[in-house]
Design a protein around this ligand. Sequence first.
Ligand SMILES: [Zn+2]
Ligand SMILES: [Zn+2]
Length: 298
Amino acid sequence: MSKRKRRDGGPRDTTPPPAPDPLRVPVWDAHTHLDLQDTTPADALSAAAAVGVDTLVQVGIDVPSSVWAARTAAAHERVHATVALHPNEAPRIVLGDPDGWSGQRRAPGGAAALDAAIAEIDRLAALPHVRGVGETGLDYFRTGDEGVATQQESFRRHIEIAKRHRKPLVIHDREAHADVLRILAEEGAPERVVFHCFSGDAEMAKTCAEHGYVMSFAGNVTYPSAQPLRDALTVAPTELILVETDAPFLTPVPYRGRPNAPYLVPITVRAMAEVKGLAEDDLAAALAANAERAFAPA
Ligand SMILES: [Zn+2]
Ligand SMILES: [Zn+2]
């Protein structure tokens, strides 16, 4: 399959940031979108490995990107896949693309199209190289009221798939904390739950910790405005945190606005170590062990 085009217009300055100093203890990028980056998986992997980022979780957001993730993981030992319909994708499958923000001008497919797409995700979730189900969840920022019912239904069905395959659930939660937690409780959470690009505050971090949910921190933890997120990281137990890029998005300071990629993970690790008051090597070792555990084969 050919590489997919970015849908958000892309960064203004497209010059890749320089490589940071390597980590001495290797970590994972626990959430990335190689198919949206201007590089090949092999090049992304070697650039990352050169700075101590030795394993990537390639995340699907729709059926084609989930197929691509599974295939890429099968081809590269240090890439693991997760598969799902993104919370903004599920309503588009059912309702089409009425607001046109995605530029896809898709026709509405109705409930049958959602059933077919979820059946395909279920089939992919069984594959050995697919280590998780996600990103699924709720996004009340991008999708308006008309999409909420479909988002919630899709989220519930992904929870069921994760449980049946005994694989971790990777959650995208944007401005929907209360409903994400409520639906997890109503359905019964899978054994392993990862909140990708964790965006809650200290209170939310405590709630996640009580449930044993893993909190994955992205480059936005470095943003000056993100003090509530750093407060969340402060209280999050070290054994329940991950580092991710969500690349090509959320490039850490000082390269905000330029393209993100897995090789920039060390910048976020160092920022996290400072927040937690931990030595870089100790945090990196914990992050690596946490990722191994979170995405261990079923
Ligand atoms: Zn996301
Ligand atoms: Zn993502």
